[in-house]
Design a protein around this ligand. Structure first.
Ligand code: SAH
Ligand code: MG
Length: 219
């Protein structure tokens, strides 16, 4: 008997949904290729998750968005598609070469003006941000060890009804593997527990891609 795999398997229903609703713009396919070519990690959200980010930004008419973990700007570009035309994103990235590639693709998409790519340690950059209770959406997708801290900043920054979203909430199934005690896995579990128990958010995990945790800021 083979080991049970925690990797997502080919799923005909997923293919059905993707075939109907998920179209990756050409520039975004090009960005994925550019990440691979440069040997950068290929850990951007899948297109189906990007589509969900787009729709949630659209539904909240998001104008002020914070993204933690830019990589090449792949998820940034999905968020921008859904945001209010006058909306702007602050996106935080600690690796200068990632930030540089992101700026290049954001400019090519004609979105450069709407995005402020901040290079630095997310903890430090986010702690400086304000005003409180004025942001529409916070998307967390950087180091998993920082997720709990980023959640508390999201609670501070978001307006009532604003959304906190976090990628990799299911961590390829590792959250339920009791033998997995790596710091990243512990970080995701701690985040999910904190979100579930928070009075500041009404929340769940959408089982899309690697799991998108979603919390609506309570009044
Ligand atoms: N959101 C992107 C993927 C982000 S991958 C997308 O879906 O397209 C995670 C990124 O977070 C990497 O580029 C990594 O360099 C950055 N990162 C990791 N830890 C960080 C930290 N402590 N501060 C800022 N950026 C960090
Ligand atoms: Mg991710």
């Amino acid at each position: 008997m083979s080991e049970p795999s925690l990797e997502p398997r080919a799923d005909p229903l997923q293919e059905y949904v993707d075939g109907l609703f998920v179209r990756e713009p050409d520039l975004l396919a090009e960005l994925r290729a550019a990440l691979e070519e440069r040997g950068f990690p290929s850990i951007q959200v899948p297109a189906r998750t990007g589509r969900v980010l787009e729709l949630l930004a659209l539904a909240t008419e998001a104008r002020r968005v914070l993204e933690i973990g830019t990589l090449g700007g792949y998820s940034t570009l999905w968020l921008l598609r859904g945001m209010h035309p006058e909306g702007r994103i602050v996106t935080v990235e600690k690796v200068p070469a990632h930030a540089e590639l992101a700026r290049k693709f954001l400019d090519r998409a004609g979105e450069g003006e709407r995005v402020d790519v901040r290079v630095g340690e997310a903890r430090d950059v986010v702690a400086e941000l304000g005003p409180d209770r004025a942001w529409d959406l916070v998307f967390i997708d950087a180091d998993k060890e920082g997720y709990v801290e980023y959640l508390s900043h999201a609670g501070r920054l978001l307006r009532p009804g604003g959304l906190v979203l976090a990628d990799n909430a299911l961590w390829k199934g590792r959250v339920v593997d009791e033998e997995d005690t790596e710091s990243s896995t512990r970080g995701v579990r701690a985040f999910n527990r904190a979100l579930a128990g928070s009075d500041a958010f009404r929340a769940t995990i959408l089982p899309v891609g690697d799991g998108i945790a979603m919390g609506v800021r309570e009044p």
